[in-house]
Design a protein around this ligand. Structure first.
Ligand code: GDP
Ligand code: GDP
Length: 448
């Protein structure tokens, strides 16, 4: 499971700048459940092949007890509680402030690994000003410049190495018996995550599934970090239901727990092959649904969208929500969209089929001769536009990965291929292989 790193510090030290530097991506999911003005932000980061989740918090002022300040302190406490490690961000230009000492005191009680990052230190890594930060007594301070990207790698290495140390022993005691998937090989069981806001019907659906007699469920005890996973079989297809955010297992049934965990959602999605995104028909498509959907898209996982509680809405509402789906979730155009009722057990047959189809699409094997022929036919039908002096030449294509499938196209002057043309190619490849429910990535590789 991806480790979680929280960024903590008083306002203006550069947490958001560091967050953007670490995640290099748009925010994954904004935790707007509490309706706060300053929220926690979650994003994905990667250093080499090591992946992690970063949480950014909106400042922290533990001693004040009024309004927004108190809320921000609460946000920070929650972020620290969710995290495996904390990066305590400070500002070399202001030096240690009283607030920093307060935060330091708080962090010392938390029993989390804390790494001290002294920000805005561009060109100042050997400065005597660094000495002051030893006073915190929280280990060697790391001089960094979030704005200029200095010192970030060595800070991250220190943080990530600390996880690796722990992991070696963790694996020995708590290996869940499911060998990691071989690169490129279709895993035996579909790793399925059910994602969605609180109350969309996740636990109802899962209990309905697990309660069906035709479905053989195997009891799996929780493994590391309270992870829940349940293996079951349906129509001869094995599924592994991944620890699902916002749910707790109570005996044989799942129940919704009050608190939605963004971290669990992110981890479940990145751990899955296929994500089932549930939308509540009675609520329409909310911002939070769109955030989760955007994250699923970025993850490259296969995805099926199910609009639940279809039984509870009238025909006018049905039209409205279908319109909302096509506009607000337009970027998931490739995903099958189904109408279901977990409560009334309606639409579940087609749902199983959609999940299995998306999975096999995600692991579709595409051979070089067929891909190359498809690309040539596409070019014959419609040439890419000239870019400057040269016209891009698409020569051959091969498959570069699965889940999501990646098609690598080789040729000359491919930098000039427009996004529109890439989408055209994607469409033709999708049609040929009848891909549903999976993103398809097209990469261009020019030889000089
Ligand atoms: P936050 O309130 O802790 O999230 O801080 P921000 O990320 O919003 O940054 C506060 C200010 O510090 C902004 O004006 C940033 O441009 C600036 N800043 C952030 N990182 C650096 C840095 O590495 N060097 C310098 N000189 N300025 C920085
Ligand atoms: P979770 O928080 O996503 O796990 O949501 P729950 O499974 O706890 O469901 C939240 C509420 O929605 C409960 O009161 C369920 O009975 C109700 N619900 C779930 N699925 C359906 C459905 O298909 N139709 C209707 N009408 N209500 C449903």
């Amino acid at each position: 499971m991806k480790p979680v790193i929280a960024l903590v510090g008083r306002p203006n030290v550069g947490k958001s700048t560091l967050f953007n530097r670490l995640t290099k991506s748009r925010d994954a999911i904004v935790a707007d459940f509490a309706g706060l003005t300053r929220d926690r932000h979650y994003g994905d980061g990667r250093l080499g092949d090591r992946e992690f989740i970063v949480i950014d918090t909106g400042g922290f002022e533990p001693d004040s007890s009024t309004g927004i300040v108190k809320e921000m302190a609460k946000q920070t406490r929650q972020a620290v509680a969710e995290a495996d490690a904390v990066i305590f961000v400070l500002d070399i230009r202001t030096g240690l402030a009283g607030q920093d000492m307060d935060i330091g005191r708080y962090l010392r009680q938390c029993n989390k690994r804390v790494f001290v990052a002294v920000n805005k230190a561009e060109g100042m890594s050997d400065s005597p000003l660094m000495a002051e930060f030893h006073e915190l007594g929280m280990g060697e301070p790391h001089p960094v410049s979030s704005a200029h990207g200095q010192g970030i790698r060595s800070l991250l290495e220190a943080v990530l190495d600390s996880f690796d140390e722990g992991r070696a022993t963790d694996d020995d005691v708590a290996f869940d018996g499911d060998a990691p998937d071989e690169e490129g090989d279709e895993p035996r069981a579909i790793r399925l995550a059910v994602a969605g806001r609180p109350n969309v019907g996740k636990s109802t659906l899962i209990n309905t599934w697990l309660g069906e007699e035709r479905l053989v469920a195997f009891d799996m005890p929780g493994t590391t970090r309270d992870a829940i996973s349940v293996d079951f079989e349906r129509n001869g297809q094995k599924f592994k239901l991944i620890d699902t955010a916002g749910l707790r297992r109570k005996g044989k049934v799942f129940e919704a727990i009050e608190k939605f965990s963004v971290v669990k959602t992110l981890q479940a999605i990145s751990d899955a092959n296929v994500v089932l995104l549930l939308i509540d028909a009675t609520q329409g498509v909310t911002d939070q649904d769109a955030h989760i959907a955007g994250y699923v898209l970025d993850s490259g996982r296969a995805v099926v969208v199910a609009i639940n509680k279809w039984d509870a809405i009238d025909s006018y509402q049905r039209e409205t929500i279908e319109r909302q789906i096509t506009t607000r979730l337009a970027f998931l155009r490739f995903a099958p969209i189904l109408q279901i009722s977990a409560l009334k057990r309606q639409g579940l047959g087609p749902l199983w089929k959609a999940l299995a189809d998306s999975y096999s699409s995600a692991y579709k094997k595409m051979t070089t001769p067929v891909l190359t022929r498809l690309v040539h036919e596409a070019v014959e039908h419609q040439q890419p536009k000239r870019a400057g002096l040269s016209r891009p030449k698409l020569r051959y294509a091969h498959q570069g990965g699965m889940n999501p499938p990646i098609v690598v196209i080789h040729g000359n002057a491919l930098e000039g291929v427009s996004d529109v043309y890439k989408r055209y190619l994607e469409g033709r490849i999708r049609d040929h292989y009848k891909l549903v429910g999976t993103p398809l990535r097209i990469e261009m590789r020019s030889s000089k």
